[in-house]
Ligand binder design. Sequence first.
Ligand SMILES: *Cc1c(COP(=O)(O)O)cnc(C)c1O
Length: 408
Amino acid sequence: MTLRPDRTGFDEADGRLAISGMTIDRLAERVGSTPFFAYDRRFLTARVGLLRSILPRGIHLNYAVKANPMPAIVQHLAGLVDGFDVASAQEMRTALDTPIDAAHVGFAGPGKTDAELSQAVASGVTIELESRTESLRVAAAGERLGLRPRVAIRVNPDFRIKGSGMRMGGGPQPFGVDAEGVPALMADLAGLDLDLLGFHVFAGSQNLHAEILCEAQRRTVDLLLALGQRARVPIRYLNLGGGFGIPYFEGDAPLDLDPIGANLAELMERFIRPGMPDARVVIELGRYLIGEAGIYVTRILDRKASRGRTYLVVDGGLHHQLAASGNFGQVIRRNYPIALANRMGDPAEETLSVVGCLCTPLDLLGDHVPLPRAEIGDLVVIFQAGAYGPTASPTGFLGHPPAVEVLV
Ligand SMILES: *Cc1c(COP(=O)(O)O)cnc(C)c1O
């Protein structure tokens, strides 16, 4: 059976995959070359609408630009979300090109340069402080520019969450300031000309378990309330992180949003409202907004047999879509959903391996995939390709051209 993209909501027309109503072969003509990434803007709009329908009033939704910094996507999302999280000067510029207010852009990252910090202070974004030394450098930039930097403390929480694809909080971390060190840092900040707005906690990403995410949110709020009580200034910003996962592999169930919405509603009432009434409460999501909206489209260049196995060689590969090859943080390699996009109606006939065009055995895009009879020139599509694609792949490896990206 071909792994169907049903859960991603893409349509079919005339036995072909369609994105925003355009069939895949026509889209390939429109783009003019393969391989390419196509992102469905209707999906993005619908996804934000879905989140709004379960999130309690008062929760602000940020987009983590790192997941996909394509300017057209960031612009489209600017009309839908409440703010952006950026992690480099370039992402910051992309965010500042949109109508979103600089005050609602947060700049995190463990190794910000002085040049980046100066740009952040000048633009008025909120700098998420990752260490005491960074706070001194931010204060120095503010002094030089005659501006009072807006800052928040990124807190490395005193708990770990299970079930995350990537853990980014709890235990020793290069990210943020350990929770137990935050009171001392706040005392230091009192002597600097910085506008401390609040806190940011990000425990991990790619979590498909609602109950674990709810537990993480509860513990985050507990921690933030305790820290807020020790702050000498009113807290105006609380970023609870995100970590909402998307189903990549067969057997992954989509995240159940209802308990998360209910949990957040409870937290807003029980913890945040009485404790810090002026705080802007934020959750930040990357892949949950864009990951399922994107496909990676490749064309079959060759079809060959070797000692009982059939290989489809496509014109794309891990240099554009590293994650599908299993080399972006996965412990065990599993196939991303993949389909023969110009023959969606045909039954699966054979089991094949889909490999990219790079001269390395790592460039395996689909291992033993059941597909309809595939010919040279057919289009192979990899789903769940909207997040951590080109910008998270070794695009210079082997010197092939970059992939085109289109928002449809
Ligand atoms: C990477 C990152 C995100 C986005 O993670 P997703 O898994 O794409 O949602 C959010 N916040 C911070 C601080 C990050 O580093």
